[in-house]
Design a protein around this ligand. Sequence first.
Ligand code: DON
Length: 308
Amino acid sequence: MTEPVNFQAVLDEINAEIRPLLGAGGTVASYIPALARVPAAQFGIALRTCAGAEACAGDAATPFSIQSVSKLFTLTLAMQHLGERLWERIGREPSGNPFNSLVQLESEQGKPRNPFINAGAIAVADRLVSLGDACADILALMSSLAGEPIAFDEEVAASEAETGFRNIALANFMKSFGKLDNDVGPVLGMYFHQCSIRMSCVQLARAAGFLCRDGAHPVDGLAAVTTERQTRRINSLMLTCGTYDAAGDVAFSIGLPCKSGVGGGIVAVVPDRLTLAVWSPALDTTGNSLLGMKALELFVGKTGLSVF
Ligand code: DON
């Protein structure tokens, strides 16, 4: 598309095409009651351009559990404070295994493949716990980026802790290799709380805004959230590792850096143009939002906006 895009019209069209498909496929995450009871037939989409223009459609203002989308923001916080030192403990390769897998950790001496699998996010949480009050720090970052107060859902955080046997195993396994500096308890406390953050598509598209403008703060525009180089690196990790085992397929069919979560949310970036957030709770077999991915595919098809 060469003429200016009417983004509101594009999102309205996508919403109209997606709504008849609601409830027809996919499964809502059911490992905790608070996620299992979310009605599947919901869909929201929001975007924010580099210049700060916003558009949204459907259930874009409905808050949901961002789950693993939080890994994008804890990584941002850790990169801000640790720079290159972060990569001493965490790799940058796709894992090719499920997000909660333990197998690679044994042969790779407790160093997670990337910050977006659970082991990697727990390793990031450990670094944040070393730096201060990690839970307060992530909420402060999210609230600043979204331009309004963001909170945890304490019911979800408690359920994550009660059922998080694999995450507890992952943390203890890394600890056994000497790869966590802090006690497992506070590190997992941080991880379970970050998974429980509630945000809407509108808030998420805004909060991720620094990723499409070389790291500049999405709301005040002046402060740098991340450097230009760090921003490029976060986007490349999203493209290669941001959507679980489906990252290759997502790059093939959508061609945008994305980070998804089992609450059904996905954040996507069109570098130098805009950030998008989509949400629909029913997941496909890879754990990504079925209709969220469909909506991103429609967006790229309608606008021609993709990194490729
Ligand atoms: O930690 C977990 O297993 C869940 N809270 C799921 C998080 C998620 O969205 C998938 N993670 N990559």
